[in-house]
Write a protein that binds this ligand. Structure first.
Ligand code: FAD
Length: 352
């Protein structure tokens, strides 16, 4: 029986893969991708499947599942003097692409490494985080990534990109802009050493912690507060809760001419003079509330009942069902506000 992508994606959608390789070492990962490339076979590099929408027809090529492991700090501060490490600019931690992102965050918080605590609870693998510059609650991985080591499928060699060369932006990077070219092998993070997190940069999180924006809180408290907020929005995976059978936020927050931001909608100024507004606000104000779907004939998919930005599989759905709902929401927002929402997850073999 061929492996089905539906068994490897958080949306629980996607047909069979023609070929499947699970790579547990870096050598296996590079070999699997290189062999498929040499044979002219399409390749899909798969992490945790939490940002993927795969066609019902499946994938006509090799899925390479990244299952490598290892979290290696340059200075092992356990039992040593954290202050000494901190005075040298913190700890540099090199992490294999296949490590689960939230395991790394838990490990960092437990060790007293600050800088990723607000990114608690995000599903998926470490190797995927630089691809869309994962972010939440005022932090982005680009703030702590020192470098990204990749297999370059065009140059057929290993390369290391320093942070400044990754072209990080809001939910984007050079890896996202040049899809499929770079297979992330490992990521090196530079983290501060201490008991307090980075200054809290998000009002909702600051309120939950009882601090002001810009103040610090204990690392463990930040992690717990973020997990609590995320659970309330169905943004922590839970096999028993279909509100989490999603790809997280389905649309990115649009960045537009400030004049286009509707009255009453949030407008966050951007360095280039544009304004970022809230996709969730636009969706709600275009008439799509939480749980939207069944009343419009979408029987097996709906917006999450906890968060309008997540499109969810209520059980037994197909990718075609999900895309029909996504189109309805995107086109409804466009008609109402003249702003075209763009999908955040990667679409494989299908389009909106
Ligand atoms: C409930 C939920 C909540 C979420 N919350 C957030 C959030 O708060 N913030 C946020 O930014 N995202 C969020 N996401 C989206 C998602 O978790 C992230 O984008 C995550 O980094 C995807 O990791 P993954 O390993 O699952 O990638 P996959 O879904 O497996 O792959 C996504 C893309 O990355 C590529 N890729 C994966 N691994 C590699 C690699 N090693 N090298 C090269 N390319 C690779 C794939 O080919 C694909 O194009 C959420 C998703 C869910 C389901």
């Amino acid at each position: 029986m061929p492996e089905r992508l539906a068994d490897h994606t958080t949306l629980r959608l996607g047909g069979p893969a023609e070929r499947w390789v699970r790579a547990t070492t870096e050598d296996e990962l590079v070999a699997a991708v290189s062999e498929a490339d040499a044979a002219g076979r399409p390749v899909l590099v798969l992490g945790g499947g939490s940002n993927l929408v795969v066609a019902d027809d499946g994938f006509p090529g090799t899925v390479v599942e990244v299952a490598t492991g290892g979290i290696v700090p340059d200075v092992d501060v356990d039992g040593g003097d954290p202050a000494a490490a901190a005075s040298c600019g913190g700890v540099m931690v090199t992490v294999a692409a296949g490590e689960a992102w939230d395991d790394l965050v838990a490990h960092a918080v437990g060790r007293g490494w600050a800088g990723v605590e607000a990114l608690s609870g995000i599903p998926g693998s470490v190797g995927a985080t630089p691809v869309q510059n994962v972010g939440a609650y005022g932090q982005e991985v680009s703030q702590t990534i020192a470098s990204v080591r990749v297999w370059d499928r065009v140059l057929r060699g290993v390369r290391t990109f320093a942070n400044a060369d990754c072209r990080f932006g809001y939910r984007t990077s050079r890896f996202k802009a040049d899809p499929g070219r770079h297979v992330v092998l490992s990521v090196t993070f530079q983290l501060r050493v201490g008991t307090l997190g980075q200054p809290v940069a998000y009002a909702e999180l600051a309120r939950a912690l009882g601090v002001e924006v810009g103040q610090r809180a204990a690392l463990g408290d930040v992690r717990e507060a973020v997990l609590g907020l995320r659970r309330g929005k169905g943004m922590v995976l839970d096999a028993a809760d279909p509100d989490t059978w999603s790809a997280g936020s389905f649309f990115t927050n649009p960045v537009v001419d400030p004049a286009l931001v509707p009255d009453g909608a949030p407008a966050w100024p951007q360095p280039d003079g544009q304004a970022k507004t809230s996709a969730a606000w636009l969706i709600e104000h275009a008439g799509f509330g939480r749980g939207h779907g069944p009343e419009r004939g979408h029987l097996r998919v709906s917006l999450s009942t906890k968060h309008t930005l997540a499109l969810t599989n209520r059980g037994g759905a197909t990718t075609a069902d999900l895309l029909a709902l996504a189109r309805e929401v995107r086109d409804g927002v466009d008609r109402r506000f003249g702003i075209r929402l763009v999908n955040e997850p990667v679409l494989v073999g299908c389009e909106l």
